[in-house]
Design a binder for this molecule. Structure first.
Ligand code: DSN
Length: 413
């Protein structure tokens, strides 16, 4: 998993920590072993380079820098200004949008990035059209238990019985609800999201009604695929694009908010003072290293392998007779609907953890069980592709998962 230099770095970290707290060092070591000894199929996780971890653990953690580059509320910010500016420039370069978009690199997470966008474009009570959590959207896309759902009037477009986005429903719901913002993006959707098609649906509606609708893409999951050109880009068609840097982008844990240049000020003041205080400059350093890594040609190869491995593993489940939501995958993840197997996602997740395979349970379209129990599992290939798994390795793991499910089914009978 890690090179010798990386391992030296990781052990120096625990030695340093142990000098202050042997207890914390021991827990970190335990987690390192857990990561080493288990297969990780969590679609939203990855293994960052030691360089990203080192930058994130650097002395930049000591600096307060509320405000934006060149306009801080503390002195001594010239060096972090340089870092934040470098980070911004690199991320714009990664997506090839230096001329057309602005990026704010301060959001602490994807959720925070989404709230910067909402704060910039909405006022309390405004209507937003998005994909529901149950259908594959994210908690911050208007779930009633999240502040997004409490502050704004979220309405949702549907997926069909197989789980595909119903673009016609977006057109219909625009006319029914007149939202101020449309959100495209998901946490557990295995198919291409046609941003250009949604753009033309919105444009048609705007031409018809004269209503202004902002368009936001949350590409937290598929950002790496967009960078590698294996998923259509939302840049150019969306007003605002949010993402996390730690999933397929394989970087430091955090969020980014991109917006068309004309909205730069709106986004910046939505991040600070709108939704956050001091930015985490050590994480911004980690994000900057991640951007530099994404610009390397081997990153594109990595993402192509992630997608190829995902297709192979998904096909293996189909061959074994499993019901895969939408009948396949176009990206780094797929969902297995366990309804026909009469076992819950929770039971399978727990049984697999006992067997050293880490993944998470997930709701499926038309879910009958609770969101805690669920009828599905979500499988992603990004983390283990980083660790060098081949298509054959993923096929072997698919069979291990099948054995676990069969054992659970036998216990139920
Ligand atoms: N919780 C993340 C995921 O697993 O998809 C999204 O934030």
């Amino acid at each position: 998993m890690y090179s010798k230099t990386d391992l030296n770095y990781l052990s120096s970290v625990t030695e340093t920590v142990a000098a202050s707290s042997p207890e914390v060092a021991a827990i970190i070591n335990k987690e390192l072993e857990r990561q080493r000894d288990n297969v990780c199929l969590i679609a939203s996780e990855n293994f960052t380079s030691a360089a990203v971890m080192a930058a994130t653990g650097s002395c930049l953690t000591n600096k307060y820098s509320e405000g934006m580059v060149g306009k801080r509320y503390y002195s001594g910010c010239s060096v972090v200004d340089e870092m934040e500016l470098f980070c911004r420039e690199k991320w714009l370069e990664v997506f090839g949008v230096s001329e057309t978009y602005h990026v704010n690199v301060q959001p602490h997470s994807g959720s925070q990035a989404n709230f910067t966008a909402y704060t910039a474009f909405l006022t309390k009570g405004d209507t937003v059209l998005s994909m529901s959590l149950a259908n594959g959207g994210h908690l911050t896309h208007g779930s009633p238990v999240n502040n997004s759902g409490k502050l704004y009037n979220f309405v949702h477009y549907e997926v069909d019985e197989e789980g595909f986005i119903q673009y016609d429903d977006i057109a219909a719901k625009l006319r029914e609800h007149n939202p101020k913002l449309v959100v495209a993006g998901a946490s557990s959707y295995s198919r291409i999201i046609d941003f250009a098609r949604i753009r033309s649906i919105i444009d048609e509606y705007t031409a018809e009604t004269g209503n202004t609708v902002f368009f936001m893409a949350d590409i937290a999951h598929i950002a790496g695929l967009v960078v590698a050109g294996v998923h259509p880009t939302p840049f150019g068609v969306c007003d605002v694009v949010t993402l996390t840097t730690h999933k397929t982008l394989r970087g430091a844990r955090g969020g980014l908010t991109f917006a068309k240049k004309e909205y730069a000020k709106k986004i910046d003041s939505a991040a600070f003072p709108g939704t956050q205080g001091g930015p985490l400059q050590h994480v911004i350093a980690g994000k900057a290293v991640s951007a530099v890594e994404c610009l390397k040609p081997e990153y594109k190869t990595y993402i192509e392998n992630v997608v190829a491995n995902c297709k192979v593993m998904c096909d293996e489940f189909i061959k074994m007779g499993y019901k895969v939501v939408t009948g396949g995958t176009d990206n780094h993840l797929f969902l297995v609907d366990l309804t026909p197997n009469n076992v819950s996602g929770l039971a399978v997740q727990n049984e697999l953890e006992r067997r050293g395979i880490i993944l998470n349970r997930n709701c499926v379209p038309g879910e009958k069980r609770s969101a805690y129990e669920t009828s599905g599992i979500r499988i992603g290939t990004a983390p283990e592709t980083t660790r060098g798994f081949t298509a054959e390795d993923f096929v072997k793991v698919a069979h291990r998962i099948d054995e676990a499910i069969k054992d659970l089914m036998a216990q139920n009978n």
